[in-house]
Design a protein around this ligand. Structure first.
Ligand SMILES: [Zn+2]
Length: 390
């Protein structure tokens, strides 16, 4: 499958011009092309947004290349991490002016979310410069932000262009690359949840969007060992998959193909850590671990039901197809093996999530969003607390 061709077809299906999609450059030395791109668009007043790490990885080079550009270095919180919250957003607002022509998001997911929000509110375009292949949100519009300690996802702006420099991405810490792989593995259950929701809740479904997302997933699974090695081939496959998954979300204007029950567990854990003011864990690392948990839960629950006894009519009527979808998911052992080969954590223990929080999330996290998922349905059918699947 030529994924970019399929993405353009999806754009036409939806009624968007393919030209409205961000221009994507994925190659070694892509940073060198940014100056020419900015010049061709007439962007003069440039603000480069970094944190301490991404300043070293790409920010300093861009500042040198771009002459008079301003650099805003986002401040970390008391745990030493930059968070997409009010303080970071205000810091960036203060660093931009009415004269600013363009913002450069130089970093991973969090920096993109802060820039995306400010870009949208100030009506200034932004350019994505990922410094790690760590999440699939670079090219989407959704910005998960923390307001007064609560996480909210707001639809904002997508970048006008993406410059993914493989030399920069190959230099990123291995755990960030493994996190990107974990975010992609979550598509096993998010795609299953989307299809289940079409059957049970009549949710709109796009075969093409699902096929593109599955192709991104399969490309990464087939290349897990080279991704784990962190060389050019593996990083290229991974960043391409992450960007494509984001483009699908951008076109659909929602995250359905890329986010299901596995993301709800991950968000629940994130909010619990926020409440404790604990250090945040990498998004994709949480998603990877929760994908193994969710597949175990789905398989475990599905094996316990007798079709005739299922109390939700639509689920009973579609049980053959739903249980077939669940049966086709890889086993949790396989998911954990893939995570280990990518260099990331495979279990809640390795990730640093307690048994208590995991247990609580299996019974509560389905309430996070009004979305029909296997996690939601099995919680509706439960007669007692859902136990941690083994
Ligand atoms: Zn994700």
């Amino acid at each position: 499958m030529d994924t970019m061709k399929e993405i353009n077809k999806l754009a036409q299906e939806i009624g968007d011009e393919p030209e409205s999609l961000p221009e994507v450059t994925i190659e070694r030395g892509a940073l060198n092309s940014i100056s020419g791109y900015l010049g061709s668009r007439g962007f003069k007043n440039i603000v480069i947004v970094v944190d301490k790490n991404t300043k070293a990885a790409a920010g300093n080079k861009l500042k040198a290349d771009l002459g008079g550009a301003t650099m805003v270095e986002l401040e970390p919180d008391s745990n030493g991490q930059v968070i997409a919250d009010e303080q970071s957003i205000v810091q960036l607002f203060a660093g931009t002016s009415k004269k600013t022509d363009v913002l450069l998001a130089v970093g991973s997911g969090t920096i993109h979310d802060i820039v995306r929000f400010v870009s949208f509110k100030m009506n200034i375009p932004f350019i994505s410069v990922p410094t790690a292949a760590s999440v699939d949100g670079f090219t989407s519009k959704g910005a998960p932000l923390i307001f007064r300690g609560e996480k909210k996802t707001i639809q904002t702006a997508a970048p006008v262009a993406v410059f993914a420099d493989l030399d920069v991405l190959m230099g990123a810490p291995r755990e960030l690359t493994a996190s990107g792989f974990g975010d992609i593995l979550g598509k096993y259950t998010s795609l299953t949840d989307w299809k289940i929701s079409q059957l049970i809740a009549d949710e709109p479904y796009s075969e093409r969007a699902a096929a593109i997302t599955r192709q991104s997933l399969e490309a990464c699974v087939a290349n897990v060992d080279v991704i784990g090695e962190g060389g050019e081939k593996g990083i290229k496959v991974l960043i391409q998959a992450l960007i494509e998954s984001g483009l699908v979300m951008l076109l659909l204007d929602h995250s359905r193909p890329a986010s299901g029950g596995e993301h709800h567990l991950s968000h629940y854990w994130e909010m619990a850590l926020l409440k404790e003011n604990a250090r945040q864990l990498l998004h994709g690392a949480k998603v990877g671990v929760s994908t193994a948990i969710i597949t175990g839960l789905y398989k475990n629950r599905a094996s316990q039901y007798v079709k005739e006894d299922i109390k939700i009519d639509k689920l009973r009527e579609n049980w053959e197809e739903v249980s077939g979808l669940i049966a086709s998911l890889p086993n949790p052992e396989k998911i954990r093996d893939l995570l280990a080969r990518s260099g990331g954590p495979g279990t809640p223990d390795e990730l640093g999530i307690s048994t208590h929080l995991l247990q609580e999330s299996l019974n509560e996290a389905y309430q996070i969003r009004d979305r029909c998922t296997g996690l939601y349905l099995f919680n509706q059918l439960k007669t007692e607390e859902i136990a941690i699947p083994v």
